[in-house]
Ligand binder design. Sequence first.
Ligand SMILES: Nc1ncnc2c1ncn2[C@@H]1O[C@H](COP(=O)(O)OP(=O)(O)OP(=O)(O)O)[C@@H](O)[C@H]1O
Length: 783
Amino acid sequence: MAEPDILVNFDLAPAGNAFGASSSINGIRGGRWKDRFRAKKRLQNKRGKSSFIDADGNQKSTNSRSHSNAKSDAPAASDHDSVLVNRSKAGNEHGGPPRSNYDQPIISSIFSSNPAPVTKADKTENANAAPAAPTNAPLKDGSAFSTMGLAPTLASHLVNNMNISAPTSIQQVAVPQLISSDSDAFIQAETGSGKTLTYLLPLVHRIYTATTNGDKLHRDSGCFAIILAPTRELGRQIYTVLMQLLSHPSLHWLVPILILGGEKKKSEKARIRKGGNILVATPGRLADHLSNTTSLDVGFVKWLVLDEGDRLMELGFEETLQQILTALNERAQKGSSKGSLANLGLPDRRITVLCSATMKASVQKLGDMSLKDALYLKSNQKSDTADDGPKSFQAPAQLKQAYIVAPAKLRLVTLASILRRAFVRKKEHMKVIVFFSCADSVDFHYETFSKVEEKEQSDTSSDSSSEDEEAETEVEKEEENKKKPKRPNLAAKSTAPLIDPAVSLFKLHGSLAQHIRTTTLNDFFHEKDGAVLFCTDVASRGLDLPNVDLVVQYDPPYSQEDYIHRIGRTARAGRDGRALLFLLPGCEEGYPSQVLGEQHLTRRLADEVLKKGFGNAPLPGAAKAVDPSWKKDFMPKTSGAKWEQEAIEFHLDVERRVLASGEFSNLAKRAFQSHIRAYATHVAAEREVFDIKQLHLGHIAKSFGLRERPGDIKVPARGKSGTVSSTSDNSRKASGKRKLDSTNINEDGAQETQDEEELRKAAQMMRKKMREHMNIASEFNIG
Ligand SMILES: Nc1ncnc2c1ncn2[C@@H]1O[C@H](COP(=O)(O)OP(=O)(O)OP(=O)(O)O)[C@@H](O)[C@H]1O
């Protein structure tokens, strides 16, 4: 059938604009506009012609079989970088429109009409300057764990079995204090400075020495410590470090328990019944067990650690934390059913330790709620460049921070260029993390860069707990697992031919089922070849992933604290690392000075980055979008630079995939919509820099491979296949809440804490912006 399905993706202006006459198309008169149009298409097909739409929105026609006529029909080579593409070269991977429609050429114009940066790069900056001396590394001044008051067994266990020979600065300051004092404490130190061991070592030391002071304790003696983490991933990581610490034979009686949202409650209950001495938990699930699990004995709890304090507050755990504190106070007054543990050398009162790399109002509020006469413990190590004034946050000095001002339409190709370059010199063990503002955008970009045909099975259902009958005990669970067929590898993992075929691509966000999140992180952690992780902020806090050399913030963070935590996934424990932030030309260029002030960021030039990424060999696994013979006649006369042409081809290939596949197109539309919504939720203090009114929605849509006018983008309703609603309809329904990774937030029992009023205003602004664009012609108003 010659139905021109492709045109449903374009906003056609009234027929008169598109075809030169409102009542006659190619001399065909009368009847409905659609019928005339179909007749015209039939005529064209008979003549062996196909049509294309140029970047200025004009319908053109040319002979697709004979190149001799091509020049006369084609648009004159324009000063902008449009290119004619024969889409028949591409496969129809997702069951898109019929192939005949796919043969129509399209135009791309990513290098035209881009706003120029409003600020100039500082010529004196040298991005290749040697990094400063590390500020979060183990000390090299002869400091040793054995001289810090730690039990010799523990100190030698660290050196001999955990390969940790010298303390970091914060460990040197805080461990002796926490061993000798019963005061509450607030530990503030840079990302990757070893805060986990800083609070674990003193409490394990004190429980260990208590066993040598009096009666032997055992797993049933009660819970001595609770460690709360804001995310399940972080909870699991803390638990792993704790297990390593307790793997010494003299400590094997000390049993840790992990209880997390998203895990089976019944098996957790069984573990709690068996007894455990140190509990690592997410707040929502702990509150649940405190209310419903009678065997959870917290009458003895002597330590409460609140890791990533600000994040705990941000995710809306304030009320839950208050409940937990109240429950712990009540149970402490009642005492434990196991009797008294007096005179064992454990603290008389419960010590609360609050931990964070950043200090902001929410941490102070949590401190007010939970701490009493607390010690403020911070690292002694100063960076060569920083002054001594109080800091709300600071990045490790050796971390090289940079930003790039990339126009919206060039964002995708710039990202491709950066990722490709990242693996040129080294692949082994090299890892990159790319942060996006929302789960939909992660999904879209993951799909864009993935090798679609060979993608491994990935399950995106959001709840894993309902899929199996819950096992009563660990033993029963084991038995059940043996009977079950082996699960395929469920990691959200793929290969990345558009970066490098040897590189693996992973994705992580809160809408993935818990078992996929866990497997994905685990696989990324152990990946020996090059690997890239596309993720939301679910991976920004506390995660300790080895060999992360580069952190890219493709979407800027929601606050300066998020910035610090995101870049803190690299340059850990004294290692080198690089961080790159994407900004749009215009008001966003103020971000480094207006928001990050204390940090020093060098500027990288978008052109230079693109040249490096696209100037050499074509992307290894990329399908070639442009038929060379067409290219000869129609490749635009821009600067003629190879890198520009390669970048255009890369982008066209993505646009082509969007046009060809309903599924991929829906992914792109959802991602675009969620991206805009997310943009509207930047904190009020930063809204001058992230001003939604300045966004060019058409250009943003382009970076998602979309060619429609933003107002015409029909975003499919989630879960109701076949039903679509326009972006503007959906945005009308938008709550405006920053609930971008909802599973992560809600399953753990957190509520929104963002100022409702502030968010409502943001949503209003976003809706206004969308309405404005409904009626404004842009380059997407084709026809
Ligand atoms: N004394 C030490 N010597 C060498 N490596 C260490 C030392 N202490 C901790 N590490 C390692 O440093 C890395 C970072 O530790 P950790 O995750 O505790 O940092 P953090 O300060 O909590 O970071 P974040 O603020 O990002 O959560 C881990 O891989 C850990 O094993």
